[in-house]
Write a protein that binds this ligand. Structure first.
Ligand code: ADP
Length: 402
């Protein structure tokens, strides 16, 4: 029977949701048919509900009052009500058979998506201290749908799961083992996106999919993943989503001595440091202007230029580090908001990494083609749009064998 899988991706100020019909066969290339995609963004500030049909036509674009969605939990109610409306039923065109959720932290235990029962829910909840800003937002729709539709199977898809196979040398910090054993280790995030790219590569570039690939997921959060034969070997994010390359509002890797300095000299406590490191650094903090690459590119302020220069410098530096891990690379893949749309930054990152044999075709780059490489030989430069919701739906289907 054709059943519908809902994929829900609840973030710190937005909830993305999509509905897929279960057509086709299970496997890497399985084609789920997208019926609806929705976004409730600006939660807590200027909420806006955007709903599109499977072809991408906008069906609703409603500005809501701030009071309507002051929190992700309240926003979840709005999304849940809509998904149970006649409007939604008409568009989705079949009974909802299962729900897949993005869950940021799966800790050391979850190396694959898991069906949520009481025990799994307790384990996910217990991991909240490892991702205090994100895990509660991910849990909100899980808890709400358990109340709303206890009959529906729900699947948790973890951003850490794709990275669980890292070698111990890569997974360790140089700290006493007792801390490693209690969970202080390099996990890695954006795994749902990286897994989607790994699967997509088997379709668009099968030879490369088996090789050494660095994927640059450059969105609001940014990280790099080194993959070998479709599996994650290392990643720039680690214990939390603060590590690695700079991001819109996060600094990336920073000397821990800076944190000690802020505590001693500025009197910052954990809450103040958390706010500073997650929201006031990165491109926004450095430029003093914006976290949005488009705004910085349009600015003539020297600080905007410096922030972008630093962004490119740090990414190229980490590409070099991951190339050392992989002992060379067969492809660099760009994905997510900046990676997919920022043609100028792509060109600059590739230029800064040309020592690896990477080259960019300016026309292909401007036209947003998949293969952006100039040279017919040597490592490839690719641009592949990510699709985390589709990956969540695939996992949900595979776990339940729908
Ligand atoms: P999220 O991590 O929330 O899913 P996205 O992957 O959508 O975020 O990425 C959002 C980022 O994409 C924005 O902060 C913006 O800087 C960047 N972006 C969007 N369009 C462009 C563009 N045309 N050029 C450069 N950057 C862009």
């Amino acid at each position: 029977m054709n059943r519908v899988i809902l994929a829900i991706n609840a973030g710190s100020s937005s909830i993305k949701f999509q509905a897929f019909a279960t057509e086709g066969v299970v496997g890497a290339g399985d084609n789920l048919e997208r019926r609806v995609s929705g976004l409730l963004e600006g939660i807590g500030s200027q909420p806006r509900l955007l709903i599109k049909d499977g072809a991408g036509a906008t069906l609703r674009n409603d500005n809501l009052s701030q009071a309507a969605a002051p929190s992700v939990e309240a926003g979840e109610g709005i999304v849940g009500d809509w998904l149970q409306s006649d409007d939604a039923a008409r568009l989705i065109g079949g009974p909802i058979g299962a729900i897949g959720h993005r869950v940021v932290h799966g800790g050391a235990d979850f190396s694959a998506a898991a069906q949520i029962d009481d025990a799994v829910l307790a384990r996910i909840t217990a991991l909240t201290h490892l991702a205090p800003l994100h895990q509660p937002k991910n849990l909100a729709p899980i808890l709400a749908w358990r109340q709303r539709r206890p009959d529906l199977p729900q699947i948790a898809c973890f951003d850490t799961a794709f990275h669980r196979g890292h070698a111990e040398v890569a997974e360790r910090f140089a700290i006493p083992e007792a801390l490693y054993l209690e969970g202080v280790r390099r996990y890695g995030f954006h795994g749902i996106s990286y897994e989607f790219i790994a699967e997509k590569l088997t379709e668009v570039a099968p030879a490369i999919a088996r090789g050494r690939v660095i994927v640059a997921h450059l969105g609001n959060g940014c990280s790099l993943c080194a993959m070998q034969d479709g599996r994650s070997v290392d990643s720039t994010m680690s214990f939390t989503a603060l590590d690695g390359i700079p991001m819109g509002t996060r600094p990336g890797a920073i000397d821990p001595g800076v944190v000690l300095y802020l505590m001693r000299e500025k009197g910052m406590d954990a809450a103040a440091l958390e706010k500073f490191l997650y929201h006031q650094c990165g491109l926004k903090g450095m430029s003093g202007i914006s976290n949005d690459v488009r705004v910085l590119e349009a600015s003539t302020e020297p600080q905007a230029r410096l922030a972008l220069d630093h962004f490119v410098y740090r990414i190229a530096k980490e590409i070099g580090a991951l190339a050392a891990v992989l002992q060379g690379i067969d492809a660099l893949v760009f994905t997510a908001g900046i990676g997919e749309n920022g043609a100028d930054l792509r060109a600059r990152i590739v230029a800064a990494s040309s020592w690896l044999g990477l080259s960019l075709d300016a026309d292909a780059n401007a036209a947003r083609r998949t293969d952006l490489s100039k040279s017919a030989t040597g490592p490839r430069v690719l641009m592949i749009p990510t699709d985390e919701e589709l990956m969540i739906a695939r996992h949900t289907r595979r776990v339940l064998a729908l």
